[in-house]
Design a protein around this ligand. Structure first.
Ligand code: NG1
Ligand code: ZN
Length: 515
């Protein structure tokens, strides 16, 4: 049974603040860090119980502000295969976090253990945290994707699916070794400017840079991880994507034509960009990355003689730029799913090779178990096929398949650019982004906004979608949608049109309908 006395004694040191409601969403529990003490304690217990429920498999606990301002902290769990917490447990997590007192928490815990038939005598392994009788290991200060990697590596150790050495060093070695093989024999790669958002990507990026040596020189900027308030402040992937401009700190650094990229605070989002000869800023976001990477992988499957054998598919959300959706759907199967990595990830698992990216730069490529099997047993019949096959196999190593990983995605992009001899300009010209505008609207109650069709249409409040449709019709190339944010207390309005001023106008007029 539950060690009630021990839990009570500890829980009383971490009472829940009154008048706060916690919600486990796509990004875990996320709110001001100073409100999260009770949540951290309870998440430790929850993680231990999840581990016990899964026969002692290792669970990960990540504490991070991600792309948000420094005071906005969060905690999320990583499931044994290195993936996000199973959806059904999001509700359990929310219930436990909101029990108002220690006694109510213990009651809720007791009921939960009984309903889920959790055998408390089972061992529990939770990396990074200590809770009721759980073995814990502190993964230290590292990126979110490294934690996902570690959890999968630990749980697959010694099996035929072994994912890699269960250490940060193992992660770096796996990625850099595959990268070097992929670019061997290609012309020297020009140095890459990396904006680390003053977050933990600076630490892991530095170590990666050492491993890469001369193969790819990383020029790291915004590495002030100990400066209060610097995290994601006027830098980082979210700043670049949202404001559609260069981080001011790079203005004197970046030369025309030079590639640069921004990570977010925990290094699971990536946005590229460059300045053209006139000094104009060009952004290469998650949609551009998906396009670059998927067309490259399709080419490789053809060159390997595996066309028709292995199907590549794309997963996007409603935020994907219409230009990318048009370009991609003329070439590949494309599926649109609701916002949230879990939706993208699961949809991508249905393809032989599933490429998913959110426009904000979070994404990865998944190779199904059957595809991995096919790649390892396939007998190429020409040297060219053999080369392409090896590239595909090395791609499965350079890509972090557990979750979107900025550093892994960065290496992937660099591989494709090196193979295609592309600079930012050629990459950017694959398709033209439609001008777009994203605005937030603060409303009294965002729960009245309900959507369908992968969040592209509103079903409630009644009548609002018809008004939006009517407005959109008046704009050339117009598209707009409204949805409640899952992470902030706002409603988001997105609009596109064939010219900038029209996209802005459409967004603000739709926002006007939402108030
Ligand atoms: P919400 O707040 O539900 O729009 C935001 C991002 C998502 C995703 C989550 C998790 C946009 C428009 N939305 O979700 O893409 O990254 O945060 O962090 O970028
Ligand atoms: Zn992040």
């Amino acid at each position: 049974s539950l060690p009630v006395d021990a839990i009570r004694e500890l829980s009383q040191k971490h009472e829940k603040p009154a008048n706060v409601h916690f919600q486990y969403g796509t990004a875990g529990f996320r709110t001001l860090g100073n409100l999260l003490d009770s949540v951290m304690f309870r998440v430790g217990i929850l993680a231990a119980l999840r581990s016990k429920r899964l026969d002692g498999k290792t669970i990960g606990v990540m504490i991070t502000a991600s792309h948000n301002p420094e005071p906005d902290n969060g905690v999320k769990l990583v499931d044994p295969r290195g993936e996000m917490l199973e959806a059904a447990w999001e509700t359990h997590a929310t219930n436990l976090a909101n029990a108002p007192t220690t006694d109510a928490f213990i009651d809720a815990l007791d009921a939960f253990v009984k309903i889920l038939r959790i055998d408390l005598s089972k061992p529990a392994r939770v990396d990074g945290f200590k809770a009721i009788g759980a073995e814990a290991r502190n993964a230290g200060v590292t990126t979110t994707p490294v934690l996902h990697y570690l959890v999968k590596a630990i749980n697959t150790k010694g099996t035929k699916d072994a994912y890699g050495d269960d250490s940060e060093e193992g992660y770096l070695r796996k990625l850099s070794t595959a990268f070097k093989k992929l670019v061997a024999g290609k012309p020297a790669i020009p140095p890459l400017v990396v904006d680390c958002a003053n977050g933990v990507g600076a630490i892991v990026g530095e170590k990666l840079s050492e491993k890469l040596g001369d193969t790819l020189k990383l020029i790291l900027h915004n590495t002030a991880i100990n400066t209060a308030g610097a995290l994601n402040n006027a830098c980082g992937a979210d700043f670049v994507k949202t404001s559609q401009r260069l981080p001011p700190s790079l203005a004197s650094v970046l030369k025309p034509g030079q590639r640069a990229c921004s990570l977010d605070g925990d290094a699971d989002r990536l946005i590229y960009y460059y300045l053209d000869d006139r000094g104009q800023f060009h952004m290469l976001d998650g949609d551009k990355i998906a396009t670059l990477v998927s067309t490259f992988i399709v080419d490789l499957t053809k060159s390997a003689g595996l066309e028709g054998e292995i199907q590549v598919g794309i997963v996007q959300t409603a935020y994907a730029n219409g230009g990318s959706t048009k370009y991609l759907s003329e070439r590949l199967p494309v599926k649109c799913v609701p916002t949230g990595v879990k939706h993208l990830h699961h949809a991508a698992e249905h393809y032989d090779i599933g490429v998913y990216f959110e426009a904000n730069g979070h994404g990865t490529v998944l190779f199904s178990p059957e595809t991995l099997e096919k790649l390892s047993s396939y007998q190429p019949s020409t040297p060219a096929q053999s080369t392409a096959l090896n590239h595909l196999i090395n791609l499965t190593q350079v890509i972090n398949q557990t979750v979107g990983d900025a550093l892994s995605d960065m290496l992937l992009v660099e591989v494709v650019l090196a193979h295609k001899s592309y600079s930012g300009v050629e990459w950017d010209s694959l398709y033209v982004d439609l001008p777009n505008r994203l605005v937030k609207v603060v409303v009294p109650d965002r729960s009245i906004f309900k959507t369908e069709d992968a969040e592209r249409r509103l079903v409630s409040p009644p009548g609002l979608q018809a008004k939006i449709d009517e407005l959109v019709r008046r704009y050339d190339g117009g598209r707009a949608f409204v949805r409640p944010s899952g992470t902030e207390d706002v409603v988001r309005v997105y609009a596109e049109a064939s010219v900038r001023s029209q996209a802005d106008e459409l967004a603000f007029r739709v926002a006007g309908l939402v108030y």
